[in-house]
Write a protein of this length. Structure first.
Length: 249
């Protein structure tokens, strides 16, 4: 588990040649998945293009550096439409207000924590007036550009400290709560996926659809079947959105 502040500004080191290829500039949040999907990096020689590393290409995040296998892990955002779209959404978490779906202002995020293996956002530190708490991310409904929307019973997701976010530190009570949340999410996701298949099946694709690594997933002109749609769903919500926006009306 890492704080966002422990990742930003870390040197990025290529393991294959032992050279620094830049440093972490920002964390690109996927609001649908609730995860860090990319890390933008900067280098004094890059003046125009914005470059990034897919989080799944990160080998490790240490105290002094973030490591990748080689510089092939670095991509130009202009070449990956989905990644570029996420950057343009400008979703930030720190210094963002937290509000319930009924409009009650809860507090403000001062820090957030992510799983260093998957990039999944585990929770965040909130400032609630004159006190602070740590909130489980499973209570978040929407990661918005200006506001984070949470469930009405969000107080049940308040923890005494961030150490309790670490999966290795969860007690049995936490485990039971998380299992209930996962079951609820699974049901909602199943219904959503079935609806996507229903709406997209039989439609023609108007442009090549690529995955987060830039590989062509579905060719332009393809008449969508359930197999192609399921393949897109497996690559994540952002790919499905890209597909949905580029089919015949």
């Amino acid at each position: 588990m890492k704080k966002s502040s422990q990742i930003i500004n870390l040197p990025v080191i290529s393991i294959s040649d032992g050279q620094q290829v830049g440093k972490v500039k920002s964390l690109v949040i996927n609001p649908e998945k609730g995860s860090i999907d990319f890390l933008t990096i900067e280098h004094e020689e890059w003046q125009v293009s914005v470059r990034a590393i897919p989080f799944k290409r990160v080998v490790g995040i240490g105290e002094y550096a973030l490591t990748i296998e080689n510089d092939h892990a670095v991509i130009d955002l202009n070449e990956i439409p989905i990644a570029n779209q996420l950057v343009n959404k400008k979703i930030k978490i720190n210094n963002t207000k937290v509000m319930t779906r009924k409009g009650e202002l809860i507090g403000e995020v001062i820090e957030f924590y992510a799983d260093e293996e998957t990039g999944h956002i585990l929770g965040m530190d909130l400032k609630l007036g004159d006190r602070g708490v740590t909130m489980l991310s499973s209570y978040v409904l929407t990661f918005g550009k200006d506001i984070i929307i949470v469930k009405e019973d969000v107080s049940q997701g308040f923890l005494e400290n961030a150490l309790q976010l670490d999966p290795d530190c969860n007690n049995e009570a936490d485990k039971t709560v998380n299992e209930d949340v996962v079951e609820e999410i699974d049901d909602e996701e199943r219904v959503l996926r079935e609806k996507q298949i229903e709406l997209l099946t039989g439609k023609m694709v108007l442009k090549d659809i690529v995955d987060l690594d830039g590989n062509v997933l579905i060719l332009e002109g393809t008449i969508l079947t359930m197999d192609e749609i399921v393949k897109a769903q497996a690559k994540g919500p952002s790919v499905v959105v890209e597909l949905s926006m580029n089919v015949e009306a």
